[in-house]
Structure formats: C-alpha cells, structure tokens
Design a binder for this molecule. Structure first.
Ligand code: DOR
Length: 429
C-alpha cells in the first residue's frame, strides 16, 4: 500500500477511518452529528509510536506517573508508547506489567505497552521469565539504563527470546569502559575536566550483540544509538540479513557535546546516557536515519526532578524529557531538507511498529483512527509551566519552536487538543 501524501478529506466513524479521499466529506458538511475539523495548512499524520519512554511508576511518581507520562505523550502526538522496565521495583514480573497496563487503562489517553526486564532486577545475571512477561503484555525485553555486558547471559537471553519471538532491546554500554564517565570522551570533556564515555564502549557491545543475535536467530534492537561506529555496524549487520534494528533519539540528532559546555558550562540538562556526541556522529546518525539503517525515532523520555539535575555534574542523573518536543524540534530538519517528511513519519510509525510487532498506524480506509494533526507553522515557547508531563528537565526550555501538535486522536477520540489551535473548539477531549 503506497503512502498517502495528498490533500484529502478523512472521515472518521466509530473510531475507524471510513473514507479518505478528495471530496469524501462534501455531502456531510452541515449534517447533524457531523463534526468538522478544517485541516487547512496542517498535516494529518498517522499517530506516532515511541519505543522508548521512562515513566517512573511504580516507584518515583514525583518525577512522572503513567497518567502524566501519557498526557505528555498525546501532547507530543504519540498514540502508543513502550515503557522501559527501570522502575522501582523493576518490571521483571507479571505483577508489575499488569499494574502498568491497569494504570494506562485508567488514564485512557495513549496506548501503553510495557517492556519487561531481560535480567532480574536489571542485575545482568539471572534471566526473567520471558513467557510470563510476554503473556502479561510485554512487547520486548530490555535492561535499559544498564547493559547486559556478560556475553554468556546475553547469548542465553537472545536464544530464549528467539524461542518466544520477542525482540531484545540493548542499552549498549560496556560499563568497564565507562566507569565514572559523565559525558562523551573528547576535546570538550578534557577541557571541562569531566571523565569521558568513549564511543568504543557502545560500538563493542553492538558488534558483539550482532554476532550473538545472528547465531541465535534472534530479533535484536539497539536503543538510543549514538555513534558513527554503531551506525556502521548496524548497517553491516542488516546487509548480512540479520534481524537487527535501531532507534535514535531527537537529542542525538540535534545536539552535540558542545551543548554541555555552553554558557557557564557543566549543563546537567544535557547529561544523558549515552552522552551527546560530536558533529561527525550527528551527521552519521542523520544519514543512517535517512537511508533506513535506523528504523525508528524514540525519545528516551527520561523525567527527572530538579533535585536530580540542580547538582554538580557528576552527581546529576542522566536523561531528558522528550515526548512533547520530539516532532516540533525535528521539523527543523525537515525544513532544512535534511530529513524528508515521509521519512520522519515512517520512523515514528511503521518503523517502530515493526520493531515490536505492533499494528502500524496508517492513514488508510479501514484503519484505526489513531491520528495526529500537526501545524508546521505554529510557534510556541517551551516553558516549565506549559509542559504536560511532571518533569521539565530539557535543555530546550526558553526556546521558541516552530511546529506544534494541534490534536491527537486515539480510536477517533480527541485525547489532546492544543489550546489556541484553530478550528478545534467543537471537539471535546
Ligand atoms: O539518559 C538516560 N536516562 N539514559 C538511560 O538509559 C536511562 C534513562 C533514565 O532512566 O533516566
């Protein structure tokens, strides 16, 4: 089915796209019971999927709850998110998975799919019960935040996951090479006197895992890929026919280690794991996204309290929020011609859906009406007070962004309407 890229009317009835075509709505305008949203000047896209969010429930609800995280998701145009297991306690059992699903159901905003842990307690040693986690609703397994560094454990995890056809998502970091590291290892870390996290710590794990995954015939996915070397290794593994996929975050596509040193320097809001890299990595990541080596854009939405960020650099927790600003920020790359709009849309919909085996949101007749309305020209200022989630740890605070998510629909139901967006007043969310 070719992608639809046209000026059409879209008719939604009973949560489903019943027609999409020119003039499809002409006879209905003004009819009782028909709600009209004038799309003029805006883009209607299939709703976005984020493979990588950290909602802090259970355990750190002061940073984000499942409900607040889902509010941030729909404000960013996401209709589906996959939640990482580094909660407290860790999502390594059916009980935690079920709790997350129940909370998401109560919130009734975006869909949530939990990701279970690969090893118990993320300790890297003992495997979790894949079958039970799968059955409870986990769409993938990951120890994100920690890497499965033991090759024997990783090998068994891949073999076990292959049996159940579950993808394994790796946080690729050789912890022996990053002990005590605060930022990317390079000229800037030297200047700031901060311990560096070398690219090789990511590259060696991705290379090893591609070899193990090929042998195990397992589905292997690289989380937040950040180096030019890892992009090359994934491209090679794909060329060999391996079931290897990868995601990239908006911050690794937009920022470099120079951001850490801006202003007075030591900007903890730019501390992320893996760290912001160098311009040559940024260029390689953009290229890999454009040529299909990278399958998905994932936010790694990592809410933290101010107390975890307004401290000295080495004590600050890594991570930044991402859901609400992902698409508005990436539209800069679309405008500059570096990222075709269709590629951006693919990496937020079909690409991530394939990684975890979900139905891909599509704007075709008969599809679920999971849709996002984007105004590419609306501008807004990123402010603590107006962000929808509970945490505001982002280096983009104060920035005026061009491009806004005007509305998000899940099963045809408006779950987000941007205040001030034109022509939406008749809809109630
Ligand atoms: O920056 C990060 N923050 N990277 C991770 O892998 C974990 C995450 C978190 O949980 O805060």
């Amino acid at each position: 089915m070719a992608a639809l890229d046209d000026r059409v009317d879209v008719l939604i009835e009973g949560g489903v796209v019943v027609r999409a075509g020119r003039g499809a709505g002409d006879s209905l305008v003004g009819q009782p019971g028909v709600q009209l949203v004038e799309g003029a000047g805006r883009w209607l896209l299939p709703g976005f999927i984020d493979l990588h969010v950290h909602f802090r429930e259970p355990g750190e609800e002061h940073k984000e709850t499942i409900a607040s995280g889902l509010r941030a998701a729909v404000a960013g145009g996401f209709v589906t998110v996959c939640a990482m297991p580094n909660t407290k306690p860790v999502n390594d059992t059916r009980a935690i998975t079920e709790l997350m699903l129940a909370r998401a159901k109560e919130a009734a905003l975006a869909r949530l799919h939990p990701i279970g842990a690969i090893t118990k307690g993320l300790a890297g040693a003992e495997l979790t019960e894949v079958a039970a986690l799968r059955e409870a609703g986990c769409v993938a397994l990951s120890d994100d935040g920690r890497c499965v560094t033991d090759s024997r454990v990783m090998r068994h995890a891949l073999e076990y996951a292959a049996t159940f056809d579950v993808p394994l998502i790796q946080h690729a970091e050789d912890h022996a090479l990053t002990a005590g590291a605060d930022m990317h290892e390079g000229a800037i870390s030297t200047r700031l006197g901060l311990r560096g996290w070398p690219r090789t710590a990511e590259d060696v794990i991705v290379a090893r895992d591609c070899i193990l995954a090929e042998a195990a015939k397992a589905r292997y996915h690289v989380a937040h890929l950040s180096t030019k070397g890892a992009a090359r290794i994934v491209a090679e593994a794909k060329a060999r026919g391996g079931a290897v996929t990868a995601e990239v975050t908006p911050h690794h596509l937009l920022l470099t280690d120079a951001s850490v040193a801006e202003g007075l320097g030591y900007r903890t809001e730019c501390k992320v794991n893996p760290p912001l890299r160098e311009p040559e990595d940024l260029a390689a990541l953009r290229q890999a996204l454009a040529d299909g080596t990278i399958d998905a854009i994932a936010t790694d939405h990592a809410p933290h309290h101010l107390r975890d960020k307004q401290v000295e650099f080495s004590a600050a927790r890594p991570g930044m929020i991402g859901l609400e600003l992902c698409v508005p920020l990436l539209l800069d790359l679309v405008r500059s011609g570096e990222l075709p709009l269709m590629r951006l849309a693919y990496a937020l919909t079909v690409g991530p859906a394939k990684v975890v085996g979900l139905e891909a949101p599509r704007l075709i007749e008969g599809a679920r009406a999971d849709l996002t309305l984007v105004d590419p020209d609306a501008t807004f200022r990123v402010e603590r007070e107006t962000l929808a989630g509970k945490s505001t740890n982002t280096p983009f605070l104060g920035r005026t962004v061009r491009g806004a998510i005007d509305a998000t629909f899940v099963d045809g139901r408006p779950v987000h309407l941007r205040r001030g967006a034109a022509g939406l007043s008749g809809l109630v969310d």
